[in-house]
Design a protein around this ligand. Structure first.
Ligand SMILES: Cc1cc2nc3c(=O)[nH]c(=O)nc-3n(C[C@H](O)[C@H](O)[C@H](O)COP(=O)(O)OP(=O)(O)OC[C@H]3O[C@@H](n4cnc5c(N)ncnc54)[C@H](O)[C@@H]3O)c2cc1C
Length: 380
């Protein structure tokens, strides 16, 4: 089956959907409300499940060329610097770190020329017969299928599920940045009630994130960098140095929210994908990875089923259990990693885990989320 789709949102999820549709012979337009396309934010990691999706989308080789291997939890440390677990130099690691903008650009380059329309904010939609019509600032478009990939505060979700609860604040806040750095190997440092993550982005810069609890969203400081430095002043190298080296004004502050599970991702000929469907706490590094999985599974269903409705039913049945379980797990991980009680338990227990066993959990097949394999996308 082939057809015409409208994708709302030109983030990683929306662009991946456009690339996947192109690969199965569909036509699409991507409506993005921003005047210019690009990812704000700092870095991210992608696990083997996501990398396999990038392979299926035809950009895996290029992604591996720009991604930087990172050990992340392979180097689990305490604020004083002691390693609870330590990766051996040269150990393979399946996690790749990216600057968000680089991964976004890679997908954008794989979208056919002329498919993306910027400055197009979708404000309304209407379904009738076999068609969906959306209204955006500047026009209207009709297609066989609408994909809502417009993020955690999705307009498509609000228009189609007006009673769905809004994003839920999870009681945690994060500071993020990218700083010049001398190739740190990637690590997670667990403090009481907070953790600090480092991913190398190249030989000379690194992404860092500090996550901690905060009773309400919206708490802000005049100088975020100074406020953060105060919290980690005594943490091991290179943590204070990384923050200090981050350009003033480039420290990003994000309050962490996720979505309560929806009973379905499908409404007639409209479907949700990525954060619009299942925004999750970042603690498993899976949000964007799950949106890549969504894109590939949706395209595979559209190419295998004789009708759009059947394809959307299949997509919903395959994606909802997995994405909602991943979101539940990420929410629980986030609670644990910022709990002082769990911190005490970690410091005594994790270092007793045999290093070989710890490393096994960080292999490509080491956990159920990473083991997932995408379906094949047949050429049109
Ligand atoms: C601190 C933090 C760290 C993270 N780390 C990782 C990680 O390491 N690995 C990982 O895989 N994930 C990570 N994530 C999650 C990841 O960032 C998201 O899951 C992913 O970016 C979602 O992509 P998306 O395309 O679904 O949504 P978005 O990136 O939010 O894109 C939505 C797009 O839709 C546009 N839009 C919105 N409304 C409209 C409208 N009405 N009309 C038209 N356009 C519209 C927006 O402008 C935007 O461009 C992290 C998240 C956070 C907060």
């Amino acid at each position: 089956m082939s057809g015409q789709a409208i994708v709302v949102g030109g983030g990683i999820g929306g662009l991946a959907a456009a690339v996947a549709l192109h690969r199965i012979g569909w036509q699409a337009v991507v409506l993005e409300r921003a005047a210019e396309l690009g990812e704000i934010g700092a870095g991210m990691s992608q696990a083997p499940n996501a990398m396999r999706c990038l392979d299926t989308l035809g950009v895996g080789g290029q992604a591996r060329a720009i991604g930087v291997p990172t050990y992340s939890a392979g180097n689990l440390r305490l604020p004083g610097g002691r390693h609870l677990q330590r990766a051996r130099a040269g150990d393979p690691t399946p996690l790749l770190a990216f600057h968000r903008a680089d991964l976004h650009r890679l997908l954008l380059e794989a979208v056919p020329a002329g498919w993306v329309r910027t400055g197009a904010e979708v404000t309304g939609l209407h379904q009738g017969g076999d068609q969906v019509t959306v209204t955006w600032t500047g026009g209207e478009a009709t297609a066989d299928l609408l994909i809502g990939a417009d993020g955690i505060r999705s307009s498509v979700r609000r228009l189609l599920w007006p009673d769905a609860p809004p994003p839920r604040y999870l009681g945690r806040t994060a500071w993020l940045g990218v700083a010049p750095a001398d190739g740190p190997p990637g690590s997670v440092t667990m403090g009481p009630g907070a953790y600090f993550l480092i991913h190398p982005l190249s030989r000379d810069r690194a992404y860092w994130a500090y996550v901690t609890t905060c009773p309400r969203p919206g708490v802000r400081h005049d100088d975020e960098k100074a406020a953060l430095l105060d919290q980690v002043r005594d943490w091991h190298d290179p943590i204070p140095a990384l923050i200090a080296a981050t350009p003033d004004g480039a420290v990003i502050r994000v309050d962490i929210h996720d979505l309560d599970p929806l009973p379905t991702y499908v409404h007639g000929r409209a479907v949700l994908l990525g954060d619009a469907a299942h925004a999750m706490s970042p603690d498993r590094g899976q949000g964007a990875g799950q949106s890549l999985e969504d894109a590939v599974v949706l395209a595979a269903a559209l190419s295998a089923e004789p009708a759009v409705e059947a394809a959307l039913r299949r997509y919903d049945a395959e994606r909802r259990p997995r994405t909602q379980a991943t979101a539940r797990g990420a929410r629980a991980d986030g609670r644990r990693t910022t709990s002082p009680a769990v911190h005490r338990w970690l410091t005594t227990t994790v270092r007793l885990v045999p290093p070989a066993l710890w490393r096994k959990g960080l292999t490509p097949d080491g956990n159920a989320t990473w083991r997932w394999r995408p379906p094949h996308l047949p050429a049109p």
